[in-house]
Every structure is written in C-alpha cells, then in structure tokens.
Design a protein around this ligand. Structure first.
Ligand code: ZN
Length: 200
C-alpha cells in the first residue's frame, strides 16, 4: 500500500495518486492522497474516517473515483482543471497554465506597485531639490532590519556618512549606495514603462 501507485483515467486525463506518508505516521489523521495529473499541477484528498491499517486498495480507488475534473474557470480557456469541490487544491478551478499565468501577473502587479511608490518618493525629492539619495539596504535595530533612504542636496562626504551611521547606531561598514535622484527617477520611469507593458 505504501508504495502503491493508483491510477484513474477521467475525461481523457490520467490521475496518478499515492498515499501521503502522514497516513501511516499519524494514523488518527486518516488517509491522505497526493494526486498528480496529466493536466499539470496536483491536488490532495483526505478521508479522516479511513485508517491506514484497515484501508483496502478498493477504498483508495473509490476515493479516486470521487475526483472530478472540469473546464478551467477562465471563460476563454478550454483546458481542464481539478474541480475544487471534489478535491483539495489552491487552483480554485483554474487550469495549471492559467494559474501560473495569473501568478506571474500578480507578481508583476506587485512589482509595479513598488516601483510606483519609489517613483513617488524620488520625484518628491527631485522637486525639493534633493539631488542625492543614500540608500541603506539593511538598517539594523532591535526589531529587525529595514531599508532606509536619506535625501540630500549635495553629495555626502565620507565623514558625513559615518556621522549618519553613528546617529543611526550602525557600524561604519554598513553597506549603502549613493545615487543622483534625477538619474534614479529616469531609471524607475523606464522600469515602470517596461513592467506596465507586460501587465497590460
Ligand atoms: Zn485555463
């Protein structure tokens, strides 16, 4: 049973299942199946009322029989997906391709959001006449580490940077970068254009 591979063909797709290790390691949690599919992606299915010791191959086969697949929940897509009502999956009815495309899109939107925040901050600095920004990647404190930008009208001297680090309670070998804000703004703007065109 532990190494047994269970198979079922449904609507032209192959489902392949194996019993999750937890089923015999933690018998009180019941039986868990990991299901892979020729559609791509995977799912799990649990039956708490079954116990590994007494479960027969036929029980697992009947668990597999309960799994349905359906057309992807994206209107324009005709690929097949796990029906989330019949199996545990985080795909929410999306086929694997749509799910992955959605993930990439969400990531790009997040990236775009961060870029727009940066754009806002830097353009305010440019408007104020702060021509330089010192960026610290990790300023350590008791509560953790965080990023920090310090804006300046003129390029900072090494002594001045050390003074800032001292005031922040940081060692003088803390890493930082110094940028000209107009050039940085230009760079951010072009990244926004690039990222925005991929999202649109
Ligand atoms: Zn789809």
């Amino acid at each position: 049973m532990k190494d047994h591979i269970f198979e079922r063909r449904v609507r032209g797709h192959l489902l392949v299942a194996e019993i999750l290790e937890g089923s015999w390691k933690y018998p009180s949690s019941g039986i868990g199946l990991r299901i892979a599919s020729s559609m791509g992606g995977g799912a799990v299915l649990y039956r708490t009322e079954l116990k590994f010791k007494s479960t027969q191959i036929a029980d697992i086969q009947s668990m597999l029989q309960e799994i349905e697949i359906c057309v992807c929940s994206n209107d324009y897509c005709k690929r097949m997906a796990f029906n989330p009502l019949t199996v545990t999956t985080d795909r929410d009815g999306l086929c694997e391709t749509c799910y992955q495309e959605n993930e990439v899109l969400q990531e790009r939107l997040l990236q775009l959001n961060t870029l727009k925040k940066d754009q806002n901050e830097i353009s305010l600095a440019v408007d104020r006449g702060d021509n330089f920004v010192i960026s610290f990647d990790s300023i350590r404190s008791l509560t953790g580490s965080r990023k920090m930008n310090i804006y300046l009208k003129t390029i900072p001297s090494k002594e001045y940077l050390n003074e800032i680090l001292g005031n922040l309670g940081q060692s003088t070998n803390t890493e930082y970068t110094v940028h000209k804000t107009p050039a940085l703004l230009k760079e951010i703007n072009s990244k926004i254009t690039e990222c925005g065109s991929k999202v649109a």
